[in-house]
Design a protein around this ligand. Structure first.
Ligand code: AMP
Ligand code: ZN
Length: 466
């Protein structure tokens, strides 16, 4: 299996630290709002990587964090006059709902920064003891120049970086490139006691601590969006390797950015969408399929036209699976023996499975893997009706299995009756009137799960099936 490694800028054969096991760490979201559609890309992409490893028989330890203490969370909490933890807890729950709707498997460990403060203090102390960090007025800095390999991931060199930096006269750091490990408390901010006074950790240290704790000193794969290469991942390497004296991660995987109509997503430009908003327009399964229809390292352009195309493509696959299911029912009790023609067709189908696997093993080329699924669907559409029960069963099991690697659910959703939907909508309206928004949201989520999309219009609530 080949993986493009950002550390070496080339595709490399995957060799795990421990045979048969994969330890992977994926940097998770900062929870101060609903996750946006760009945040969903690494979740979907690396969940698919995990699913493929599992398909190949690996035991995957998948760790992904929630950054639940951060400037943005604190700002939002101050604006809303609530505790920072209230904001982060709310959005962790909302993020989990979105991940579930995107069929992202639950992580083996999903640690929160605020629950790992002791480990962070420990690692910072170890770095101080080893001469890689120092304290000034309650702030602890990492001594970047002491770490020889700094810049290896982002291909940057410290002196070039220095040229681009304006050095403030008031700067208390020993060197402008030094970065913060611990910062002192400011009024109204969450804080924890530490050997350097009350304060809170810098952002980078949490990932070094959590990957060591939940996976080990050396992890197989570290992943995240490409914006994290510098400084976040560069700093993680410096902290972990300086502290542990071992290589931090063998393979670094980075997904490309998702843009909207070829423009960077931004609130001020008005082209910023949360997963929740998009989920009201499309089933999130379509969004997952759309994301996998491009290579994970390429930029991905999100537009209605492209999502519509993905929707049609997915429909073709799901219709074929439904058709195979019906055929299995029709052929129940018949002989499963393969005819000569079935044998020949099965050979062709097996070659397509091999093509799917070869694509996935070439740096997780899901675009080509999906092309192989389409070919398989085409073969099924042409040959299944005349095939034996054994052949149809093989086609059905195979397509379902490959879809499962992509995280596409092929089971038929139970259809809800119109009257039941309308009764629930009425109950939601009543709940809203009574300001019971929790129940109102619950009903909306329940309907969304059944593929029912609600639209609040001036004329009242309209609904449609996705
Ligand atoms: P953040 O909450 O900003 O730390 O982001 C969480 C994850 O989403 C990180 O892996 C980011 O690299 C990734 N990410 C953020 N914006 C985008 C985007 N527009 N496209 C793809 N990935 C993104
Ligand atoms: Zn991280």
């Amino acid at each position: 299996m080949k993986i493009y490694n950002t550390l070496t800028n080339q595709k490399e054969e995957f060799v795990p630290v421990h045979e048969g096991k994969v330890g992977m760490y994926v940097c998770g979201p900062t929870v101060y709002n609903y996750i946006h559609i760009g945040n969903a890309r690494p979740m979907v992409v690396f969940d698919t990587v995990r699913r493929y490893f599992e398909y190949k028989g690996y035991d995957v330890n998948y760790v992904s964090n929630f950054t639940d203490v951060d400037d943005k969370i604190i700002k939002k909490a101050l604006e809303e006059g609530v505790d920072a933890s209230e904001i982060s807890e709310k959005y962790i729950k909302e993020c989990e709902k979105d991940m579930q709707a995107l069929n992202v498997k639950e992580a083996t460990h999903h640690p929160k920064a605020t629950e790992e403060i002791d480990g962070m203090i420990e690692m910072i102390q170890e770095l101080i003891d080893k001469g890689f960090a120092y304290e000034k007025n309650g702030t602890v800095y990492f001594r970047t120049r002491k770490f020889d390999h700094y810049g290896q991931l982002s291909n940057k060199n410290l002196d070039d970086m220095m040229a681009g930096i304006r050095i403030a006269v008031s700067d208390e750091k020993d060197d402008a490139m030094d970065f913060v490990l611990w910062k002192p408390k400011k009024e109204g901010e969450p804080s924890w006691p530490s050997p350097w006074g009350e304060g809170r950790p810098g952002w980078h240290i949490e990932c070094s601590v959590m990957s060591r704790k939940y996976i080990g000193d050396t992890i197989d794969i570290h992943a995240g969006g490409e914006d994290l290469i510098f400084p976040h991942h560069e700093n993680e390497i410096a902290q972990s390797e300086a502290c542990n004296g071992e290589k931090f991660a063998n393979y670094w995987m980075h997904n490309g950015f998702l843009n909207i109509d070829n423009k960077k997503m931004s609130k001020s430009a008005g082209n910023f969408f949360t997963v929740r908003e998009i989920g009201e327009k499309y089933p999130l399964q379509v969004i997952r399929f759309f994301m996998l229809s491009a290579h994970y390292r390429s930029p991905l352009n999100f537009s209605d036209t492209l999502v519509e195309a993905a929707k049609n493509g997915l429909e073709r696959i799901l219709t074929a699976v439904d058709h195979l299911r019906d055929l299995l029912e029709d052929k129940k009790g018949q002989s499963a023996d393969l005819s000569e023609k079935d044998e020949k067709n099965m050979e062709e189908a097996k070659a397509l499975v091999a093509k799917f696997e070869a694509s996935m093993e070439d740096d997780f080329n899901t675009a080509d893997a999906i092309a192989a699924v389409f070919e398989l669907v085409k073969l099924a559409n042409v040959t299944a009706a005349d095939g034996s029960l054994g052949y149809v069963q093989y086609l059905y099991d195979t397509i379902v299995k490959l879809c499962d690697i992509l995280g596409i659910i092929t089971e038929k959703k139970e259809e809800m009756l119109d009257a039941d939907i309308e009764a629930l909508i009425e109950e939601r309206q009543a709940a809203r009137k009574a300001k019971n928004f929790a129940r109102a949201d619950e009903i909306r989520d329940m309907l969304a799960e059944k593929g029912i999309i609600l639209e609040d219009t001036r004329a009242g609530v309209k609904w449609k099936r996705a």
